[in-house]
Design a protein around this ligand. Structure first.
Ligand SMILES: Nc1nc2c(ncn2[C@@H]2O[C@H](COP(=O)(O)OP(=O)(O)OP(=O)(O)O)[C@@H](O)[C@H]2O)c(=O)[nH]1
Ligand SMILES: [Mg+2]
Length: 195
């Protein structure tokens, strides 16, 4: 699987726009500003192909990237961000709910959390959705470049414990800024999507 052969396909603003072609979809979910779009750019080795923002709330549609004609990376709006209008938040919320509610769209969850912090209540809610719907999930602890090296193992253990995930769930430190973890995430995605 060649992650550099990735093309942007479309943005969905309403359920009619969702892609339903049967190819696997890896849904990148996480708090606003945690670096979902940055992690996507990092694994496909493009600069700002998925749009990155300095202020939270940059991704406000569901964006589909087709990797090597085999599966979609789905860049989702972030949750837990209060600084946009309630109307906007409601619109994203409804869009995300429709996406997650439709059977057979999400193949794999890629849950992005902040390597520095304990996962939030929203992170736990998202993870519980993946668990109860029996989706495979990969957890990515992003922004490890902002942690001291000595803190990383403890932080990763706390993330595993807080999200209550088993040892079979891949969990890796990652830095979209340096590319650390890129190969591990590519391998985990390949295994999960092409077993
Ligand atoms: N130091 C560091 N900064 C990062 C990393 N990943 C993302 N960032 C920064 O974090 C900010 C948010 O990144 P985005 O990729 O837009 O985050 P997002 O989760 O897609 O945000 P929304 O689309 O608003 O939900 C940007 O300023 C990025 O440059 C990382 O690994 N290390
Ligand atoms: Mg984004």
């Amino acid at each position: 699987m060649d992650f550099r052969k990735t093309e942007f396909i479309k943005s969905a603003v309403k359920p009619d726009d969702f892609i339903r072609d049967g190819l696997p979809q890896a849904a990148f979910a996480g708090r606003s500003n945690v670096g979902k779009s940055s992690v996507i750019n990092s694994i496909i080795e493009r600069r700002n192909y998925a749009r990155v923002g300095s202020s939270p709330g940059k991704t406000n549609q569901i964006n589909y990237f087709l990797v090597d004609k085999r599966f979609y990376i789905v860049d989702l709006p972030g949750y837990g961000f209060a600084q946009v209008s309630k109307a906007e938040r409601d619109r994203w919320g409804r869009l995300m709910e429709a996406y997650f509610a439709e059977p057979d769209l999400v193949t794999l969850g890629v849950q992005i959390v902040d390597a520095r912090h304990k996962p939030t209540a929203d992170d736990i809610t998202m993870m519980n959705w993946f668990k109860q719907s029996q989706r495979d999930v990969i957890v990515v602890a992003n922004k490890v470049d902002k942690c001291k090296k000595s803190e990383v193992p403890g932080n990763v253990a706390r993330i595993r414990e807080t999200l209550d995930i088993s040892q079979d769930t891949p969990l890796m430190g990652y830095s979209a800024a340096t590319g650390e973890g890129r190969e591990a995430l590519r391998i985990a995605l390949s295994w999960a999507l092409e077993p």
